[in-house]
Design a protein around this ligand. Structure first.
Ligand SMILES: *Cc1c(COP(=O)(O)O)cnc(C)c1O
Length: 386
């Protein structure tokens, strides 16, 4: 089976991890700050906080922004559940903004309409989580303008988007947001097995996220309520978690960073080949907005169901039967049973639901060969027509 995504591990990666295994520190050693520095330098953000997943990064980001009970977090229904769950961890409430039918990202027009209504009802969000779906940046310029106007904070969920750019600037520089989050899960663009990172240009947000990642404990005397009792002393000054990344993971991430730009370039080659070779089939290939240079985590095709005699599910199953490990990103979150309990219903977000009924994620990863990609293209053609 050709998977829809997979990691690339080289001998350099293996050597880097083994070197840590043979060193003094498996965790809380020198590799984590080095990895943080490397990523923050690469994307042009001042501060980076490495954690054990993007899910944890979203959680500490929400905590640092002070999200709490009675607050609202808004996000898109077309994302992984973690983009919304972070609000629930904080006791806050979640609401969704429908997607743009062309980019599949959170629609700034739908956002503006919803904000106007929320303002009348006194239910404005505290935090918005735009998700750069498939690696393509959201319209951050419009989102940032609305954030200024309505006074909410912005966490970019860039789990798909490391290595991409928006208006020529690296995603992750937080030029239009308070915090940006990356994921290093193996299907994403670079990996640390499990892992994530939160980036910001705000020293206080960075300090808080660092605190929440490690139990709320500090060894910094300037943050303590009184002078340290002695050299052993630390203080717990907030309630945090153990969300730390290990040095093994950070060493792997550092080594993978060497290949980030090459990875994204290869993904663009593959996308161009898909665009060319799928052009005559009854499907819609991903539209790339000119402001965005996508990280291309995913390549999502949309079936033109009116033009084919097979159902979405039949096409999907045919591809799997032909050895192509397609997937679907994502099931609209508001239709998940846990969210239906909060009162969301099918029909609430028509663009997101229409998208879900028509899309399939084709294999897209740096080590996919042209020959494997040709197999995928043949399989798609067959699945649509027979
Ligand atoms: C993968 C992903 C996450 C969660 O990342 P983890 O590192 O697995 O916790 C969050 N948001 C989006 C959009 C993702 O794709």
């Amino acid at each position: 089976m050709i998977p829809y995504g997979r990691q690339d591990i080289t001998q350099n990666d293996i050597d880097a991890v083994i070197a840590v295994l043979q060193s003094d520190f498996l965790t809380q050693g020198p590799m984590v700050p080095r990895f943080e520095q490397r990523v923050s330098d690469h994307v042009g953000a001042k501060y980076a906080v490495a954690v054990n997943s993007a899910t944890s990064a979203l959680h500490v980001a929400c905590m640092a922004l002070g999200l709490g009970p009675d607050d609202w977090l808004w996000t898109t229904p077309i994302t992984f559940v973690a983009s919304a769950n972070c609000a629930l961890y904080c006791g806050a409430k979640v609401d969704f903004v429908d997607i743009d039918p062309h980019t599949y990202n959170l629609s700034p027009q739908a956002l503006e309409r919803k904000l106007e209504q929320a303002e009348r009802e006194g239910k404005l969000p505290k935090v918005l989580v735009p998700v750069h779906l498939c690696g393509q940046s959201c319209d951050m310029h419009a989102i940032h303008a609305l954030a200024q106007q309505y006074g909410f904070k912005v966490i970019e969920d860039a789990s798909h988007a490391i290595g991409g750019r928006y208006k020529g600037q690296p995603i992750g520089n937080c030029g239009y947001s308070d915090i940006t989050v990356f994921s290093f899960h193996p299907v994403k663009i670079i990996t640390t097995a499990e892992g994530g990172m939160a980036l910001t240009n705000d020293a206080e947000l960075a300090r808080k996220m660092g605190l929440y990642r490690s139990h709320g404990i500090t060894r910094d005397a300037t943050q303590m309520s009184h002078a340290p009792d002695g050299p052993w002393y630390y203080q717990q000054i907030a309630l945090g978690y153990n969300y730390r990344m290990t040095d093994l993971q950070a060493a792997l991430g550092l080594s993978q960073m060497d290949r980030l730009d090459a990875y994204v370039a290869r993904r663009h080659e593959l996308a161009r080949r898909y665009d060319d070779l799928l052009a005559n089939l009854p499907i819609t290939c991903p539209r790339q907005h000119p402001d965005s240079y996508s990280g291309l985590h995913l390549y999502v095709i949309r079936l033109q169901l009116g033009k084919i005699s097979r159902s979405h599910r039949e096409v999907f199953e045919s591809l799997r039967d032909q050895g192509v490990g397609v997937n679907l990103h994502y099931i609209p979150i508001h239709t998940q049973p846990h969210y239906a309990l909060m009162g969301f219903r099918a029909g609430d977000y028509p663009q997101a639901e229409a998208y879900y009924r028509e899309v399939i994620s084709l294999p897209m990863y740096q080590m996919l060969t042209d020959q494997q990609q040709d197999q995928v293209i043949t399989a798609v053609s067959k699945a649509l027509t027979t």
